[in-house]
Design a protein around this ligand. Sequence first.
Ligand code: FCB
Length: 524
Amino acid sequence: MTLPTPGARRAAPGTAVPFTPTAPLTSSPHATGAVTFPDGFLWGTATAAFQIEGASTEGGREDSIWDAFCRIPGAVVNGDDGSVADDHYHRYREDVALMRRLNLDAYRFSTSWARVVPDGKTVNQEGLDFYSRLVDELLAADVLPWLTLYHWDLPQALEELGGWPNRDTAARFVDYAVTMHEALGDRVKVWTTLNEPWCSAFLGYTAGAHAPGRKSPADGLTAAHHLMLAHGEAVRALRDRDPEAVLGLTLNFTVSDPVDPTDPADVDAARRDDGMFNRFFLDPILRGAYPQDLLDDVAHLGFADVVRDGDLEAISTPIDVLGVNYYNGGAVSATPQGPAGEAPAGTADPGGERADAAVWETRSPNPVPDGIHHHNRGLPLTDMGWEVQPEGLTRLLTRLQRDYTGPRGTSMFVTENGAAYPDVVQADGSVDDPDRLAFVDAHLRAVRDAIDAGADVRGYFAWSLMDNFEWALGYSKRFGLVRVDYETQARTVKSSGRWYAEVARTGVVPARGAGTGGSAADAE
Ligand code: FCB
């Protein structure tokens, strides 16, 4: 496999890049035929600790903000929580065996800070031991451990001291990162600091739709800055400990298209949408500067006082890998779509299926949301109500390469992509999920288009290895290549999983309609 070489890293230019809209792509050279990926392309799947582990009170673990959030009436669909989840804490050996049978090169997982440092300051050896056993199991199965330190589950003890809006949380994160590296750095070579700080900051502290459920535009902005500071300081600390480690973070992205590209008001709405979602993180981390247009947009929220001298140098510490999470983009306008509350015929409400849709209506994750309206384009929707828009991934990766990762010598991996659909279990227990298979197929073709256009994309992680706790939507949405029966904890490889196993084995996405492969057919 082709991991990035430490040493390719270059200094941040110190200037931000303005937003320029692009038009949706209408054709792809790889639309239907077999598609071969470069040698060494890494094939993986991803999960996160809180979504799969369960055992929330075992082995010395204490509450994370998600345990506390799940107890708030109405916060999570069905009152679901993470106490059992996929019971991965007890079944990790079986799950690693499953990865082997799926021919995976790599497994992206996260470690639970609340398991390792439950009270925010005292290390819990039992927690470390669990991850040590997991890593050993992965290495024995020849699966590369791709470790993420933070996938949204802050110890509740640290939230009670102010959470991410408290600058000290960044220092606590660096201590935790070093603790993990002391325990696992001899065996884990790839370290991701954060998963999707946009979600941690703006869903958690501005929309209140995710833990810890606060609703403050200023807190969201402050949290975002401190998350990035935590990332940069942790990269410095890990690099000092191990110059050969492959270090990075994962961001989630949208592709903001103005509904009417000839209308300056729509273009400005897209600029602001892109700004708070993408550039607010990309520019400090990869270019060493906040975009001036965003600083102007949020000036009334006191953001300038949060940023201290030296912060941007820390935040823009060179990284080897940018993890790219992509699910969909959006069409954005300065005016609402159709009469209030009514989507045009033939389309659905963009937030339709989301339990948090009501929250999003009353409180946007964008700290400056006025005059930004998302329109539905009539594209097919997943069970999340998210548009299926593979060409957006090609545009995203080529833009990232040109403006952000290319100038820094940073490689990209797609660290999450996938789809929720309601599975139908056949009488024989099998699950045929052509929609999920088609989703992954189309997005892999889009990745290949981006590689052809010069994007340095080295691997792809499907979200997710198996069905799991989908945050505020609880267990109601299934993203897995493997089905989990929550009554029995039985794992069943879906037809998408069998297909993906064959892609991982061969490095080739077969021609459309060429069958679902079979190397994991006997996996159940
Ligand atoms: C991403 C999260 C991941 C999962 C997918 C569907 O935003 O990182 O945990 O919930 O969405």
